[in-house]
Design a protein around this ligand. Structure first.
Ligand SMILES: Nc1ncnc2c1ncn2[C@@H]1O[C@H](COP(=O)(O)OP(=O)(O)OP(=O)(O)O)[C@@H](O)[C@H]1O
Ligand SMILES: [Mg+2]
Length: 336
């Protein structure tokens, strides 16, 4: 296996101007600026092999976009090293650009005021794509992504779904072996999301493009990636198969009960209340240690249950639980 992306002890600090409050504070800040350091990426290492599709996930502010920006060469690391297809991105941004396609779902890479087709034509020139290859790629992308519906429309007038389709097609015009997708399905409706996923899956399979995918939609990850790299506060907390996390955390079930009374203290052996609202209680339990019916029996010995459900965890809730409760119990070994 050939690593195509190598990240070692990567770090990125941002210096942020400290803001003082009030008018006098604002004046003071103007005269003498004080800075605080934000460690957006603290120490992250991973390698990605050719043809892999990896989910790069973590809570808001974890450092995902900052990492992607260092991989694309937009940002210079404060420490550690990055290699993308043998190139150090920030030292050789143009050469790196030839190897990568980038989609930032939050912001288009296209020329806002130009008809969409003109952005494509500009990119063709910038990347020196041959006429023949351009025609081929445009035909394929138009076919799968339905680009013809809006090629003459200025980018600023495109709907979000159209804009995202245009952006991903644009990122692939020059046949890069690597694709960075930072929230490529954000804001899309269910159908558009599904189409986008199908497209990503196809280009990864058919063209053997290596994909790093950042998203908050766990369905994207589950449908597209076998491996995920999970980061939090600028550090890697898990790197491995999604199925391992699912097996491990999938044992945890949630029992939701509506009791007749509120403000109850439920002491349960094998179960733990993690949320309550009015007279509704959410209880986590490990199905290997206690069964739902045993828990229910414990509760009914002291309280009256009006209604109950047992929830099976989806990857979505597994991940949100990991975000909320911390990463200590993540299964080993963590791949570095
Ligand atoms: N240019 C910048 N200047 C100062 N701080 C920054 C800058 N860019 C990012 N940060 C800070 O670095 C941290 C990581 O930001 P980053 O955008 O990488 O997070 P993220 O994981 O992509 O989050 P999200 O899921 O919200 O997109 C945040 O605390 C953010 O405020
Ligand atoms: Mg981000």
């Amino acid at each position: 296996m050939v690593p195509i992306i190598e990240v070692e002890h990567l770090m990125k600090d941002f210096k942020i101007a400290k803001r003082e409050t009030g008018f006098a504070g604002a004046i003071r800040s103007l005269v003498k600026r004080e800075f605080i350091t934000k460690e957006a990426v603290k120490d992250i290492s991973f390698t990605i092999e050719e043809g892999e599709m990896v989910g790069y996930i973590g809570p808001n502010g974890a450092g995902k976009s900052t990492t992607i920006k260092m991989l694309t060469g937009i940002l210079v690391p404060s420490g550690g090293s990055v290699r993308v297809n043998g190139i150090i991105p920030y030292e050789n941004r143009q050469k790196n650009a030839k190897n990568i396609g980038v989609v930032f779902g939050q912001r288009t890479q296209l020329w806002w005021d130009l008809p969409t087709i003109e952005s494509f034509e500009l990119l063709k020139e910038i990347y020196q794509v041959s006429n023949e290859r351009y025609e081929e790629n445009m035909a394929t992308f138009t076919d799968i992504l339905g680009l013809d519906e809006f090629l003459d429309t200025p980018v600023r007038q495109l709907s979000l779904g159209q804009r995202m389709r245009a952006d991903i097609a644009a990122s692939l015009l020059h046949d890069p072996p690597i694709l960075f997708l930072d929230e490529p399905t954000i804001g899309l409706d269910v159908v558009a999301k599904e189409k986008m996923r199908t497209f990503i899956k196809e280009i990864n399979k058919e063209r053997n493009i290596t994909v790093i995918l950042t998203t908050h939609d766990m369905e994207d990850i589950e449908k597209l990636c076998k491996r995920m790299v999970l980061i939090d506060h600028g550090q890697k907390v898990y790197d491995g198969e999604i199925s391992v996390v699912k097996d491990r955390f999938g044992k945890i079930r949630t029992l939701v009960v509506d009791l007749e009374e509120s403000d109850c203290i439920l002491q349960l052996s094998g179960g733990k209340v993690f949320k309550e609202e009015g007279n509704r209680y959410w209880i986590h339990f490990n199905r290997d240690e206690v069964s739902a019916s045993e828990l229910i029996a414990q509760i009914t010995s002291t309280h009256n249950i009006k209604d109950l459900t047992v929830e099976e965890p989806e990857i979505e809730s597994i991940i949100s639980r990991i975000y909320q409760e911390g990463f200590q119990d993540l299964p080993n070994p963590v791949k570095v």
